[in-house]
Design a protein around this ligand. Structure first.
Ligand code: THU
Length: 160
């Protein structure tokens, strides 16, 4: 028997000023996207901005439904939109911002399990890593170099 540690590198920025212009722009676009959130039930708004290799930015925000499971996460909206409108363009990075109406988010909200699985699909499809940037309403901003960092031992088409 052997034991193996699985870890990843998380960059923690104490303010936007510490980030590259490209990352700052993406976070600002995610914030813009968040304004279009339809989240009357959770009162938790999420915005996602996805940077493509051709320089285009694709936005998404969470869209809830009175039938709760029918709601879609911000990341899912953005990634599906990119998959539809730019099917063969590499996704370089995704910025995700979140805000709650009931309390101040002082740490970033990481993507939910379904979103991790959704994004991994595109990372595998394109064969190159998608960086993930996460920001709450205050506090640090996190960045990791690949969605697979957030979904170790994930399921993908290699098992099928
Ligand atoms: N949500 C997202 O948009 N992305 C995530 O990764 C986590 C959760 C949304 C879903 C729902 O509209 C609200 O946040 C509360 O769960």
């Amino acid at each position: 028997m052997e034991k193996k540690q699985i870890g990843f590198e998380l960059s923690i920025f104490h303010s936007l000023d510490e980030m590259s212009m490209e990352d700052i722009t993406l976070v600002n676009e995610a914030e813009k996207a968040r304004q279009s959130s339809h989240s009357p039930y959770s009162k938790f708004s999420v915005g996602a901005a996805l940077l493509l290799e051709n320089g285009k930015i694709v936005l998404g925000s969470n869209q809830e439904n009175a039938s709760f499971p029918a709601g879609i996460c911000a990341e899912g909206v953005a990634v599906s939109s990119a998959g539809t409108n730019y099917p063969n363009v590499v996704i370089k990075a995704i910025a995700i911002t979140a805000a709650s109406q009931s309390h101040q988010l002082t740490s970033p909200a990481a993507p939910c399990g379904i979103c991790r699985q959704t994004i991994v699909e595109y990372e595998k499809k394109q064969g190159s890593p998608i960086s993930i940037i996460m920001k709450g309403q205050a506090g640090p901003i996190y960045k990791c170099g690949s969605i697979s960092d957030l979904l170790p031992l994930g399921f993908d088409d290699s098992f099928l």
